[in-house]
Design a protein around this ligand. Structure first.
Ligand SMILES: Nc1nc2c(c(=O)[nH]1)N[C@H]1C(S)=C(S)[C@@H](COP(=O)(O)O)O[C@H]1N2
Ligand SMILES: [Mo]
Length: 175
């Protein structure tokens, strides 16, 4: 009996440690990647994230045409911000009521600039506008001045929320 128990314990201790749910939620391949973290998602979320470029590349991608500050149309490619928030465990659509509607995201840049978005800014149940976390413009990776990640808010009259050099997203709820 004692021997079985000991063997059982030993088996448990030597069992391969499962990779964290965090990385599996993004993609198993991405878990192998040792590249630097480009974006952290933290705060009041079910699954805090530390995303590398390959994690971001593994999320559903899309291209959005939008007019830049200089008035020129450009084609931005990346992931919809909502996909990042979904990967972090946030619920949208029908479950967006009650406390979910008091949430806000603080998007922070490497220069300390920060702006806020709210779940209805992103949710297709509320708006047709897609807010993008872009990593490419006109087919090329974003320049160091803009990237590696930039928020693109198509059709917003002022580009003040087009955060350049995004490094983190912190989720909070109004008290
Ligand atoms: N990181 C960062 N992003 C930023 C800003 C900033 O100061 N820092 N300024 C914002 C403002 S006020 C404007 S008008 C646009 C300017 O976009 P542009 O750099 O493409 O001209 O960037 C926005 N994104
Ligand atoms: Mo601005």
């Amino acid at each position: 009996m004692m021997k079985t128990l000991l063997i059982g314990c030993f088996a448990l201790l030597t069992a391969p440690v499962p990779r964290t749910v965090l990385w599996q939620a993004i993609s198993p391949e991405a878990a192998q990647n040792k590249a630097a973290v480009l974006l952290t998602v933290s705060g009041e979320v079910d699954r805090p994230l530390k995303l590398t470029a390959s994690d971001i590349a593994a999320l559903p991608r899309l291209t959005v045409r939008a007019k830049e500050h200089n008035g020129q149309e450009a084609s931005f490619e990346g992931v919809a911000l909502i996909e990042v928030m979904k990967a972090a465990g946030m619920k949208f659509g029908e479950s967006m009521r009650g406390k979910a509607l008091s949430a806000y995201f603080v998007i922070k840049a490497s220069d300390g600039y920060q702006v806020i978005f709210t779940p209805p800014d992103l949710d297709q149940a509320f708006t047709d506008r897609v807010i993008l976390l872009a990593d490419k413009k006109n087919g090329a990776l974003l320049s160091a001045a803009e990237g590696p990640l930039r928020i693109v808010v198509p059709d917003e009259k002022r580009p003040a929320r087009w955060v350049r050099n995004v490094i983190s997203i912190s989720v909070r709820h109004a008290e």
